[in-house]
Design a binder for this molecule. Sequence first.
Ligand SMILES: [Cu+2]
Length: 134
Amino acid sequence: MKKIILSVSVIAALGLSSCKNETKKDSNTTNTEISNETAMTNVSFGVRGNCGMCKTTIEKAANNVEGVATATWDVDKKKIEVSFDEAKTDAIVIHKAIAASGYDTDKVKGDLDAYEGLPGCCKYDHSMEMNQSK
Ligand SMILES: [Cu+2]
């Protein structure tokens, strides 16, 4: 009788240890997925501009940077929100790309030649307040 109880408990122990192994595999997979998601970095910073055409130009400039996933400029707040892969690019590269299209950011001044080439309605005031919170 004792032998039977012993062998049953051995089988039970084997069953438990194999379950543990499976659980480990599952949690490893989950961790990899989470780290892929958190690789995206979100930044927001001030960018001067006037209208919907400015919005198109600014967002296009940001989106053309390799590693940028999304870019949304807010015409009222004079502010852009960018989501990018930190392994591929850096926030300052995005500032420079927007500045090259003629627009001032809170870190890099807009290229003046590109500014001169902007449509009249887009020639924003260089003293405009950016990154407004209203
Ligand atoms: Cu404009």
